[in-house]
Design a protein. Sequence first.
Length: 133
Amino acid sequence: IFALPTSISPALMMSIAFVCGCMVDGIAEGIWGINAFSLVLVAALRNFIVNILIDRELILRRLPIDMKKYGWPNILLCVTILTAVFFLAYCICDMASQRPLWFIIVKVICSTLISVALSVPALGPLFIKGRTK
């Protein structure tokens, strides 16, 4: 969701997130709608997070996200926050009545750290413009 172009409207981005989440929910064994809900929440918050952490002009002028221009720490921070939002929404929907709060928090932190660490290699090719081989 974070890698989608900034020229996509929020409504279309949330629709794409809903479809992707429903596809994951259809494949995964679990409660139907958790992935869809979590991804739509991430899509709804993406522009807000980018405005705060990277650059307001990026969304207003619908510029592409460029890692060289905005720096990998800012991109990584955005990805980390949006990943944490996804896992927080997912874990609350999945375990809120069954597990204590400390367990949910630990699971969200661990899941976020592992997911971000695994997604870092994909960040470069997605966001570095003008790269030649």
